[in-house]
Design a protein around this ligand. Structure first.
Ligand code: CUA
Length: 182
């Protein structure tokens, strides 16, 4: 074997890499680039048109302030209790308040189907996950933040709020309730 056949780095490799790309290669580079641009554009498109990214209202909030708003909300609109937790039914268009803490959701919300509300929630301690069962809706419940969603219930029935973020020894018992009436 002669020395110039060894691709040692000292000897330039045999090839045509410095010559213009062949037709086929240019086609595939173009296809890959166009596909990248389609995927890139689909992110903002899906945010507005996909109907699955909640455009929430976010604000910082002190736990005590949120607790005070929730207490006022419960005092004003309580209609009963469910296993010691107040059941609250607010008029259409109201702001609803929901607190997640180790290991419960407070209060129980009673809503009317087809009515718009603004649902505010926060956590009093650690991160919790709000998962509405049996519907597949999931949100992070973060301490220090008021996360509000505009909601219009489109199904009636009883829905469980399951915590889906591990939050300690009682995590599996952290179940709340939303009741939607026709
Ligand atoms: Cu709250 Cu898990």
């Amino acid at each position: 074997m002669s020395v110039d056949k060894l691709h040692s780095g000292i000897v330039a490799p045999q090839g045509v890499w410095w010559k213009p790309a062949a037709q086929q290669e240019r086609v595939w580079v173009t296809v890959a680039f166009v596909w990248c641009m389609i995927l890139f554009a689909s992110m903002p498109f899906w945010h507005f048109k996909g109907g699955q990214n909640p455009s929430g209202i976010r604000a910082k909030v002190a736990a005590a302030d949120f607790q005070a708003r929730t207490d006022r909300f419960v005092k004003e609109y309580q209609v009963g209790t469910d296993q010691g937790i107040p059941v609250v039914q607010a008029p259409a268009g109201s702001d609803l308040y929901l607190i997640g803490r180790m290991w419960s959701w407070y209060p129980v919300l009673k809503l009317k189907k087809g009515t718009e509300y603004t649902l505010h929630f926060t956590s009093m301690d650690v991160n919790h996950g709000l998962s509405l069962f049996p519907i597949n809706l999931n949100f992070q419940v973060v301490p220090g933040y008021d996360y509000a969603l505009r909601v219009v219930p489109n199904q009636s029935g009883e829905f469980k709020i399951i915590c889906n973020e591990f939050c300690g020894i009682g995590h599996h018992t952290m179940v709340g309730k939303i009741i939607v009436e026709d």
